[in-house]
Write a protein that binds this ligand. Structure first.
Ligand code: SF4
Ligand code: FES
Length: 303
């Protein structure tokens, strides 16, 4: 779901009813509760929920942190769609003709209380696919002394997948996850593709073999709802199709991947060229200098 920056300029209805799905685990009881909120231009659904929590009902439980679409913790089902509450303008989801917004917990994640869901299984699957670079030489991996060359087009191939914030919206929208717990889900599989396609990763065979099961990409029905709801414009559906193609080629012995060369150790590399004088922000400051006392910049130069 693309983020619409113009939504913040729209004016929401003056008063909006937030219909929130509540759940009390002690009584094993769920119910809907309505709260009327006075809105303002630029108000997000998270702002409205916090207003309700502060001014009307302190007992509502939800998760949030950054309030700027970065941490991925405020995922909720808003008017039936998985969305980040902090990135959803009230004006996008409420109109004068229908000043009602329904807010429910994310689907496919167990509900702990009210809007708070349990991400344990989701992160277990995320961890299971080893979401980090693997090199055969473990020392090289641990010391971090080396750099690995990468072509711009190789970076372009994986760039969108590096934007994933693990918000779980795609997982919540996935009809296959809804029907079986065994499917790894769009987020974890997008991570597998991200590392299979990354020339710096040497564990592509192990990764492809690991997902060549019913947990893997062949269980996907290609509903593509994962890609439709992603707030970061990641396309997990496409990653799953690429993994399918890679797996078929791998089974036929046709899959090839370039492994990038390592460069380094870093201290043995030639010193970088000096920056041109116009690139230096303040006289006497060398941005490449290491272990140097911070330069005292006169206040008048900062203004
Ligand atoms: S792929 Fe998109 S929707 Fe899925 S977890 Fe990552 S950021 Fe969230
Ligand atoms: S609070 Fe961090 S993404 Fe919404």
């Amino acid at each position: 779901m693309s983020f619409d920056p113009k939504a913040a300029t729209k004016i929401p209805p003056k008063k909006v009813t937030f219909r929130i799905k509540r759940f009390n685990p002690e009584e094993d009881r769920e119910w809907w509760e309505d709260y009327e909120v006075e809105t303002y231009r630029g108000m997000t659904v998270l702002d409205a929920l916090l207003k309700i929590k502060e001014e009307i009902d302190h007992t509502i439980v939800m998760r949030y942190s950054c309030r700027m679409g970065v941490c991925g913790s405020c995922g909720m089902t808003i008017n039936g769609m998985p969305r980040l509450a902090c990135q959803t303008q009230v004006a996008e989801v409420a109109s004068d003709g229908k000043p009602v917004v329904t807010v429910e917990p994310l689907k496919n994640h167990p509900v702990m209380r009210d809007l708070l869901t349990d991400f344990t299984k989701f992160f277990d699957k995320h961890r299971r696919v080893k979401p980090y670079l693997l090199r055969k030489d473990v020392n090289e991996r641990e010391t971090g002394d080396y750099e690995y060359e990468m072509l711009p087009e190789e970076h372009y191939n994986i760039y969108e997948y590096t934007l994933c914030i693990a918000c779980g919206l795609c997982y919540s929208a996935c009809p296959v996850v809804a029907s079986t717990d065994r499917f790894l889900g769009p987020q974890a599989l997008a991570y597998v593709w991200r590392y299979v396609a990354d020339p710096r990763d040497e564990a592509w065979k192990e990764r492809l073999e690991m997902i060549d099961t019913e947990e893997g990409p062949f269980s996907c029905h290609y509903a593509a709802s994962c890609s439709a709801v992603c707030p970061k414009m990641v396309d997990p559906g496409a990653a799953i199709q690429r993994l399918r193609s890679a797996l078929i080629k791998y089974r036929l012995g046709l899959y090839k991947k370039r492994i990038s060369k390592k460069v380094g150790p870093m201290e043995e590399r030639k010193p970088r060229k000096d920056l041109p004088p116009e690139a230096k922000p303040v006289d006497g400051v060398d941005p490449w200098a290491k272990d140097q006392e911070p330069v005292k910049i006169p206040v008048e130069k900062l203004i």
